[in-house]
Design a protein around this ligand. Sequence first.
Ligand SMILES: [Fe+2]
Ligand SMILES: [Fe+2]
Length: 457
Amino acid sequence: MDQVTIKNLIKAFVKNFSLLLTENMLYPPQHPNVVAQTKQTMAAAETAFDVFKEIYLDIREEQFVFEGIPLYELKHIVMKTTQLLESKNIRCIRFAKNFTPHELSVFAGLAADKSRALDAEALQKKLGKMNIFNISVEKKPSLTADDGKGNFLPADKIYGSSVEANKLIYNTLLKENTIPMDIVDKVARDITTIISRDRGSSLALTSLRDYDDYTFTHSANVAILSVTLASNILNDTELLNQLARAALLHDIGKTRVPQEILNKPGKLTNEEWHLMRKHPMLGVKILEQQEQVNKLAVLIACQHHMKYDKSGYPAIEGFRSLHPLVLIVNICDVYDAITSKRPYKKTLPPDKALSIMMRLIGCDFEPQLFKIFTQMIGIYPPGTLVRLNSKELAVTRTAQPQALLLPEVKIIANESGSLLEKPLIINLSDEQQNSPKRSIEAVLDPKEENIDIISYI
Ligand SMILES: [Fe+2]
Ligand SMILES: [Fe+2]
């Protein structure tokens, strides 16, 4: 089952569970609405439990959070229930696979009861007394985000969370004509945090192509790539945060371009292309209508398809040169677009993408920044599955700028293909570590090899 289907199962369960709490807030337990909603929630739970043995739902900032990923799309639907649960200091609810309709209705009745001041602790005690063990509550979330005390969410969870957040940002703009800047800010900060913690892992996430939604992964990838590239030349966290926010919103104008054009499998007609080329200025218009939008975001939305030699679009006359942060986004935007799968094209491997881009140095791309970008990505970007000349399988980690063909790798399987219990990290460019001398023989497709790259990042 793919990630999207799994996420939808969880969303359906959470939505029904939240509705059940709402019905319980309004009606007594025997009311037909409550009975019907209990049935619906049980049905959604059964489907979700085909995949999970237990479901831990965290409650954070008025949202349900599953495996570290806020279910942003449900934010408005569940707000009343999450507020109620948070007021009772409930930060996590655990559902075990075999919970019964009786346990669910008792739990929902107690949790939704506004009159009784049952906080998390008192509620848990009460559940124990009533022999309800398959649903329980905690005062602490099961996964803690970066709380400044060394408790961090893994990078892949933050990435997943950013992709989800992008969906909410785009959908809110479409429905309400406003951008939820608090969420853009949160995602931007998360992105700069994972990069400062571990560049290799965050770069590797941009090479995962499992997510279906290009629009949402593309803006997260461009933000990660741009902030990583910029952090090579500047050391100002606030400016990096601003860049992340701007990169997340660089294609926001595409919300005003019809989906049929964005996802057209064939070549665009002149008229369609004309519309497509309007998305930078449409983005400027959208951003200028928002409060709290930084000038950098407007500049990047406007100029991200303008080139180093001032060609590209929109054609603007009379400016001397592009802002260095715009030049950074330009490189990252093109790289992510050509390495991604789209309805009209296959993915292009990173080395091929870089060699195509190299021909455009000095015209499309600023030479110095492009050089740093190549060193950062390497020939084998972090997260690439490779076969070594020893026939062992490995996942690449950080590129070594002085020896791009010899990155640091994590060996995950021996020469006969058996997965290692303890993967081995080796820097292929370090003669001492890399003895006998190993080198990369081929790039492999993780899907064909049945290897889940994310677990090795
Ligand atoms: Fe664009
Ligand atoms: Fe883009």
